[in-house]
Each structure stands twice: as structure tokens, then as C-alpha cells.
Ligand binder design. Structure first.
Ligand code: HEM
Length: 455
């Protein structure tokens, strides 16, 4: 009990926290619900003097991300990602963040995103063409890797006007190495100081150097050609803060480019990966989606006008993001004492809102593990609490690329379903593992075949 009478929430002590942390990575949902049954809706895990609160009730999520967001900064965990993304939009705070967000926001205006649709569909089509030899030879493809290559290609073209494939294998490989390193660093209780010359640190530094050089080259080329294209990089280079008229510095532009590439491609690739795996496991849903797509597209690439004609594709994606939210939790740090659910939240402690758990709460989602896109029919969504579903976070720090991601994923999913059908999936595909994102636990290989339209 604290001096002002509010109690600390119940939760595991140091030993139990260490055991749960180990098991959690493999079975995040099972462990979370076991803890909720044991301790209740607001849980405080202790590790020595360190405290970490876990929340999932929509009203508590709303409190942290929206209503009292000023009390919750990104904090220590997100600080650890700065070795890669620096001070970009995802990791900055306060006035610096506000200035950056104001400056880049126009690039995410719906009209501007819509104007990128031909670029998205062209680069997606060229990636899907590359799958054809494997499909025709009935050779399995590594789905998460193929999807990551696709979304990286799309982001390169749509945001920076570059062909990432032309930049060489090194860039894609370095991205993979750097991201995996940061993922691991965020998940450990005490990260090893970067100044120690461990092989993993050296590998990370090499990868970061390759990425930095690629980003600098892209920025220089854009400056020299004075590119007239309306991609995100041109906007970043020319952007002025509407209030002060200031432009972004070179370092800020580098950090933003890295942030957008990293925040924008793996997340969307995972959404598409999970969607295809779910379709493979639910032939009735796949068939209905195929009928919708076939009737609208007749084998041609989708356009902006097609988006409202593909409502079921969007429902499939929404339900996929419920079951497998690529960003499975949102982490914060409390800067002052607060009260949530009648309990005391102490200043300086970590707070996690667990999206994955909220999205599986049986009080909100009957039969929560069942894949049912009808949950996102317009009549069903109208009455749901705002923070019952938040794959893109919420409040002022809500994902800036959410609309782009949904449009890209809806277009790409329609294009894939129009061409290919998943006929075989390797064992254990639906078991997720958590790191910064929610990924399939194993290497997932799928065998595709052409749909009758494209045979
Ligand atoms: C399915 C795909 C995506 C998912 C699930 C996702 C999820 C999220 C979530 C949950 C947040 C909030 C994090 C927090 O509050 O701490 C976020 C922030 C962010 N996302 Fe996304 N995202 C996706 C796609 C994208 C794309 C395509 C881009 C870029 C084009 C992007 C760029 C960002 C940025 C820059 C932020 C930080 C925004 C800020 O703090 O102002 N994301 N994302």
C-alpha cells in the first residue's frame, strides 16, 4: 500500500518473472491469460527494484495511449532501437516528435497515398512475376522472406523512388541482420553495452554501415536530380514545419528514412504472411475472397476505384490483424505516479498494453481464436469500443503509415489471390513467436499453384 492509500497491483516477484519471461516468448497468449487468471486485469511484474505493468482492458489502453498520454513516454525499451533508427518519428519525444510529425504528416494524406497506388501495384506485380518459376515447378517458397522482399520493394518505390533490388542483395541482407539484432536487444532484460566488441555487435555495425551508405546515396541522388516525383523522400527534403518554416536536417532525414523502411516493411509483410496462412487453413474464406477478387479484377491489376469493391479482402485483413497483430504490444514508461483500475502505477516504471491479449479477450470477441472475417462487417464494427481493436496503436502516437499499410495489403492480397492459391503449408505454421513483432515461429514454406484464371 502506498502513502496515499492506493495499492500496488498484484503480480509475480523476481523469480516468477524470470520464469514467465522465458515461457512467454514461446506462448505469449497462454502465459498472459494464465497470469490474468492468477492476478487480475492490472498486473505488476517485479524484477529486483524494477517494475513492469501489463494492461489489456480497452479502458486502460485508452487511458495510457490517449486520455493520459502525456504521462507515458516511449521510454527505455524504445531507446534501445535508436542504435538503428536514431531520432526518427518512432523514437523521439515531446517537441522534437511534434515538429517531425507535423512535417511528415502531409505525405500520408489519403489523396497522396491513393496517387501511389499504381506504383504499389507495379512493384508488387514485378515481385509476383518472380515467384512464377517456383510456382510452376511446384517448389515451395519461404513465405515470410518472399513477403518481406515484396513489401521492401514496394516501400522503396513508393516512398523513395528507388529499386531496392538494384541496390543489391547487401541492403536486404543488412536490413535482416540489423533488424534481428535490434529485435533481440529489445527482448532481453539487460542488454550488453554496445562498446564491447562482441561478434554480434560487429556484425550489426557492418550491417548498419551498409544501410547508412545506401540511405546517404539515395538522399544525394535525389538532391542532385532534383527529382520532381512526389515520393516521401522528396517531401522530406522539401518539407517545412508549417509553424516555424524550418526544414529537416540531414541527420533527421537519414533517421526518418531508416524509420520508415523499418517500421513500414516487416509489419506489412507479416500481415500478408499471416493472411495467406489463414486463408490456406480456411478454404471457405479463401473461396469467397477469390470470387470477390475474380469478379472485380478479371486478371487486371487493382486501382484506387477497386478498393471499395473489395470489401471482403479488407475484412480478411482486419481479422488477420486481430488474430496476429504484427505489433503485439505497445510499450511506454510512466513519468509520474498514476492510477489505473484502482491501482497505483509508479513513476519510472515500464507499462505495456498488450494488443495481442485485448484482441483475444473472450468478453469482447466470442470464440476469440476462430478466424471469422464477419467480425469486421460494417454492422459489427459500429458498436465496438475504440480500444477493443488497435493493431496500429492509438492516441497521438498512432501509426502514421496505417492507412498506407491497409491499402497496400488490400491491393497485394487481391493480386496474390487473383493469381495464386496456397496448396501446401509446412508444419506448425500458425504458431507465433514474439520479438519486437509477432512472427511465425519456424521457417514457413508454402507451395502455391496458379488459379484457373492464370493457368
Ligand atoms: C500492418 C502494418 C503496420 C502495423 C501493424 C503497424 C503498427 C504500428 C503501431 C502499433 C504503432 C504505434 C507504436 C507506439 O505507439 O509505440 C506504429 C507506429 C508507427 N508506424 Fe506503423 N505499423 C504498420 C505499418 C507502417 C507503415 C507502412 C509505416 C510507414 C510507411 C509505418 C510507420 C510508423 C511510424 C513512423 C510510427 C511512429 C509514429 C509516431 O510515433 O508518430 N507503419 N505502427
Amino acid at each position: 500500500m502506498s502513502e496515499d492509500g492506493r495499492e500496488d497491483p498484484p503480480g509475480p516477484g523476481t523469480i516468477e518473472t524470470s520464469v514467465v519471461a522465458m515461457r512467454f516468448r514461446r506462448d505469449p497468449l497462454g502465459e498472459s491469460f494464465a497470469m490474468i487468471r492468477r492476478y487480475g486485469d492490472v498486473i505488476c511484474s517485479r524484477f529486483g527494484p524494477w517494475r513492469f505493468y501489463s494492461l489489456f482492458r480497452p479502458e486502460h489502453v485508452r487511458h495510457v495511449l490517449q486520455d493520459n498520454n502525456h504521462n507515458y513516454i516511449k521510454g527505455e525499451l524504445i531507446e534501445r532501437t535508436k542504435i538503428l533508427i536514431g531520432d526518427g518519428l518512432f523514437s523521439t519525444e515531446g517537441d522534437v516528435w511534434r515538429r517531425q510529425r507535423r512535417t511528415v504528416q502531409p505525405a500520408f494524406d489519403r489523396r497522396r497515398i491513393t496517387s501511389l497506388i499504381p506504383v504499389i501495384t507495379e512493384s508488387a506485380a514485378s515481385t509476383l512475376d518472380r515467384w512464377a518459376p517456383d510456382v510452376d515447378a511446384h517448389r515451395p517458397i519461404d513465405l515470410p522472406t518472399a513477403m518481406t522482399a515484396l513489401t521492401l520493394h514496394v516501400i522503396g518505390h513508393a516512398f523513395f523512388g528507388v529499386d531496392v533490388r538494384a541496390a543489391g542483395v547487401d541492403v536486404a541482407d543488412s536490413l535482416r541482420v540489423a533488424l534481428a539484432f535490434v529485435n533481440r536487444r529489445v527482448m532481453v532484460l539487460f542488454p550488453v553495452p554496445m562498446r564491447l566488441p562482441l561478434p554480434s555487435h560487429l556484425r550489426f555495425r557492418r550491417a548498419r554501415h551498409i544501410l547508412d551508405s545506401a540511405v546517404t546515396r539515395i538522399i544525394d541522388e535525389h538532391r542532385q536530380t532534383g527529382s520532381e516525383t512526389r515520393d516521401l523522400l522528396s517531401l522530406l527534403l522539401g518539407a517545412r514545419d508549417p509553424e516555424t518554416g524550418e526544414t529537416l536536417t540531414d541527420v533527421e532525414i537519414r533517421d526518418q528514412v531508416m524509420t520508415f523502411v523499418l517500421a513500414g516493411h516487416e509489419t506489412t509483410a507479416l500481415a500478408l504472411t499471416w493472411a495467406l496462412l489463414l486463408l490456406a487453413a480456411h478454404p471457405d474464406v479463401e473461396e469467397r475472397l477469390q470470387r470477390e477478387v475474380g469478379a472485380v479484377l478479371h486478371g487486371r491489376p487493382p486501382t484506387a476505384e477497386d478498393l471499395p469493391r473489395l470489401p471482403y479482402a479488407r475484412m480478411v485483413l482486419d481479422e488477420t490483424l486481430r488474430l496476429y497483430p504484427p505489433v503485439w504490444a505497445v510499450a511506454r514508461e510512466a513519468i509520474a505516479d498514476d492510477e489505473i483500475g484502482g491501482y497505483r502505477i509508479r513513476a519510472g516504471s515500464g507499462v505495456a498494453v498488450n494488443t495481442y491479449v485485448t484482441h483475444h479477450d473472450p468478453e469482447i470477441w466470442p470464440d476469440p481464436t476462430r478466424f471469422d472475417p464477419e467480425r469486421f462487417a460494417p454492422s459489427a464494427t459500429a458498436t465496438r469500443a475504440r480500444f477493443a481493436y488497435f493493431p496500429f496503436g492509438g492516441g497521438p502516437r498512432q501509426c502514421i503509415g496505417g492507412e498506407f499499410a491497409l491499402i497496400e495489403a488490400q491491393l497485394v492480397l487481391a493480386m496474390i489471390v487473383d493469381r495464386y492459391r496456397v496448396v501446401q503449408v509446412s508444419e506448425g505454421a500458425m504458431h507465433p513467436e514474439i520479438s519486437l513483432t509477432l512472427r511465425p515461429r519456424r521457417d514457413i514454406r508454402v507451395t502455391l499453384e496458379r488459379t484457373t484464371e492464370t493457368q
